[in-house]
Design a protein around this ligand. Structure first.
Ligand code: G3P
Ligand code: CA
Length: 242
């Protein structure tokens, strides 16, 4: 069965990386929510993709120079539609609360940037304390962050995001101790044997970000374990109709 993973929530019907988008992903029947976490200037974990505030809030400037009260004062929904005015940049604590209230959906947690062990504990500890370990995969493009996750929470599933798939990829995954290796969709076009290679190395594969049925069909034919999509409602329906 292919896991439907809602990219930044159901970001085709609600503003990305907001509680509204996560609730929409749950209503769409997604199996998992993908979201992005970053640190504010005062070291709090918030859910936002860009390292600037400009694209998805009514604020401006870098996230790293804004403290939590500033970030929380911003509107994160009106840019998408006036119907979503009042949505806030979620805290990670709100995500944990949502998962607790919505037991049917898992979390693919992308940690953006190079985080230390102490910093990754700001996500691993709430996950473990809430008893959510078996519903969370933490992933990153940054190998040092993946390594920090391994130290902070050895039993929490981890993933490496990749934009390139060279011959050493399986070795890097093994050395990092990841359970999933999650490639950009183009890598499956460039190397149709990649999914088999990763599976042979004992890794799960969740591909990103595919929104069209012909791309879903190609990924399913290659045997991916999950598809990260901005259209989880359509993907869920497409999979059910096969
Ligand atoms: O989860 C994979 C995907 O989200 C990575 O790309 O830029 O959308 O975070 P990006
Ligand atoms: Ca992401």
């Amino acid at each position: 069965m292919t896991l439907v993973i809602a990219h930044r929530g159901n970001s085709s019907v609600a503003p990305e990386n907001t509680l509204a988008a996560f609730e929409a992903a749950w209503r769409a029947g997604a199996g998992s929510i993908e979201l992005d976490v970053q640190l504010t200037a005062d070291g709090e974990v918030v859910v936002i993709h860009d390292d600037t505030l400009d694209a998805t809030t009514d604020g401006v400037g870098g996230l790293a120079s804004a403290d939590l009260p500033t970030v929380r004062s911003l509107d994160a929904g009106a840019w998408f539609s006036p119907a979503f005015a009042g949505q806030r940049v979620p805290t990670f604590a709100e995500v944990v609360d949502l998962l607790t209230r919505r037991p049917g959906i898992d979390l693919l947690l992308e940690v953006k940037g190079a985080w230390t062990v102490e910093q990754v504990r700001r996500v691993t500890e709430p996950v473990l304390a809430a008893g959510l370990a078996d519903r969370v995969v933490a992933q990153s493009f940054w190998p040092e962050t993946v390594a920090a996750l391994r130290v902070a929470a050895p039993d929490l599933r981890r993933g490496l995001l990749v934009l390139e798939a060279d011959a050493g990829l399986e070795d890097r995954c093994r050395d990092l101790g990841v359970m999933t290796c999650n490639p950009h969709g183009l890598l499956l076009v460039q190397d149709p044997g990649l999914v088999d290679r990763l599976h042979a190395a004992g890794l799960q594969v969740m591909v990103w970000t595919l929104d069209e049925p012909e791309h879903w069909a190609a990924a399913v034919a290659l045997g991916v374990d999950g598809i990260i999509t901005n259209r989880p409602d359509r993907l869920a329906g497409w999979l059910a109709a096969r």
